[in-house]
Design a protein around this ligand. Structure first.
Ligand code: UDX
Length: 415
């Protein structure tokens, strides 16, 4: 199958590389010339396990030229949908992509399917993407097909997740649109659910906000447990024995970050509000998550005066295995510490350079120097933090590194 992927971010690159490795002929369209050049030189601005190796084995070519999508049977839109200041999703990149595709549809005689993979709020494909495509004079359903097929990729594990999906969701404009997409996914041993487009969009947002909900829930239980001298990790273990609850996403800590969970929550809150509904649970999940990130700062104050102190931050990435700091809890912690008059020494094996762009005033140093700080806060569970010598230190742990319990003073955020 000839496939074009628009947008070479996490989702676009991984989708393109995986589909190519499955024997499809894939072209990648990206507006950023520098990104295109580095992709063609097999250099990636993001860290994703297995991606460079996978790309090397394919003949994908990235280009800024939309004309390559002529002849593609399926065109995936994988452009970014960053948050607007009011929490809603910015649709500028999707609109631009749809406009460019529409221009090419105008002169195209054969049938193709435009499939949205970008995370969007319910209604976006029907209300925004299809009308832009139809400006070409061509009609959805008659001249071209439309699908919305969300991805559930975890950063750092995206290639694995693409090739081993827990489920495939195909939101289809009509049967023919879905039938065109189906062969791409049939080789996966995963249930395939075909829905209408709006439902597929909501499945993605509801899934991510549910995961966020699970984390804030266990953090709330943890906050109660800490006050009562109960270990929330033991509680979670006991809860997880009930298969209705499950054992995933019950790690209490400083909360969730990343490019998806916080953004998707904000977007669903904004969308619900547009429809006159006040999504109380979703708002509280987000609110609790932001409060949770500041607990380490309050705990530190119990043990040392922050004004003039040097605080070491262990971990800046929003989770281990990535250099991504988007919505990382470390951003909130660093901001609060600086406000209190503390100096910061920070270490992260991958994300220090990205953090430097936001906090140039912080000193980025070796793990050994960070350990010499007046107190240390653990914010990402990098494996190497389990091999450090914490004896004699003051440690506030946001990610449950058991080795750190040997510290002279040890406190977990909610244990
Ligand atoms: C998430 C979803 O898991 C994925 O399906 C979706 O497509 C994109 O968003 P990702 O953002 O890569 O993936 O990270 P994830 O592994 O879900 O972790 C998100 C955040 O939650 C991290 O900051 C992590 O530290 C935190 N987390 C996760 C917890 O605090 N506790 C947990 O139990 C699990």
């Amino acid at each position: 199958m000839k496939i074009s992927v628009i947008g070479a971010g996490y989702v676009g690159l991984v989708t393109g590389a995986c589909l190519a490795s499955m024997g499809n002929e894939v072209s990648l369209v990206e507006v950023d010339m520098r990104k295109v050049e580095s992709i063609n030189n097999n250099i990636f601005s993001i860290y994703e396990e297995g991606l460079p190796e996978l790309m090397k084995g394919t003949d994908i070519v990235a280009t800024t030229d939309y004309n390559v999508i002529n002849g593609a049977g399926i065109i995936f839109i994988c452009t970014g949908t960053p948050s607007n200041p009011d929490g809603s999703m910015s649709l500028e990149q999707i609109k631009q992509a749809a406009g460019e595709i529409g221009d090419l549809l105008r002169t195209r005689g054969d049938y193709c399917v435009v499939a949205v993979k970008s995370t969007v709020v319910p209604g976006t494909t029907d209300e925004v993407v299809i009308p832009i495509l139809e400006r070409s004079g061509k009609k959805a359903g008659r001249d071209f097909g439309v699908c919305m097929s969300p991805e559930f990729l975890r950063e750092g594990r995206a290639v694995y997740d693409f090739m081993h999906p827990a489920r495939v969701i195909i939101g289809e404009f009509d049967r023919r649109s879905g039938d065109t997409l189906l062969p791409l996914y049939e080789q996966f041993k995963a249930p395939i659910l075909r829905t209408d487009i709006k439902t597929a969009e909501m499945i993605k947002l509801a899934s991510n906000t549910f995961l966020a909900n699970k984390i804030s829930f266990i953090n709330e239980i943890g906050n109660i447990c800490k006050r009562m001298g109960i270990d929330v990790f033991e509680v979670a273990k006991g809860m997880a024995l009930d298969e209705r609850i499950g054992n995933k996403f019950l790690n209490a800590g400083v909360g969730f970050g990343g490019s998806c969970l916080p953004k998707d929550l904000r977007a669903l809150i904004a969308r619900a509000t547009e429809y006159g509904y006040n999504p109380g649970i979703l708002k509280e999940v987000l609110h609790l998550n932001d409060k949770q990130a500041l607990i380490p700062v309050d705990l530190l104050k119990k043990h040392i005066p922050l004004n003039g102190a040097t605080v070491g931050l262990l971990g800046l990435a929003f989770k281990p295995g990535t250099d991504d700091i988007r919505d990382s809890r470390a951003i909130l912690v660093a901001g609060a510490l600086l406000k209190e008059g503390a100096s910061i020494l920070a270490y992260d094996p991958m994300a220090a350079n990205n953090f430097k762009n936001i906090f140039p005033e912080i000193k980025y140093s070796s793990i050994e120097d960070v350990m010499k700080s007046d107190a240390v806060v653990i914010l990402t569970e990098w494996e190497e933090f389990s091999a450090l010598d914490y004896r004699g230190k003051i440690v506030i742990d946001g990610r449950r590194i058991n080795k750190a319990r040997e510290a002279r003073i040890y406190e977990g955020v909610c244990w």
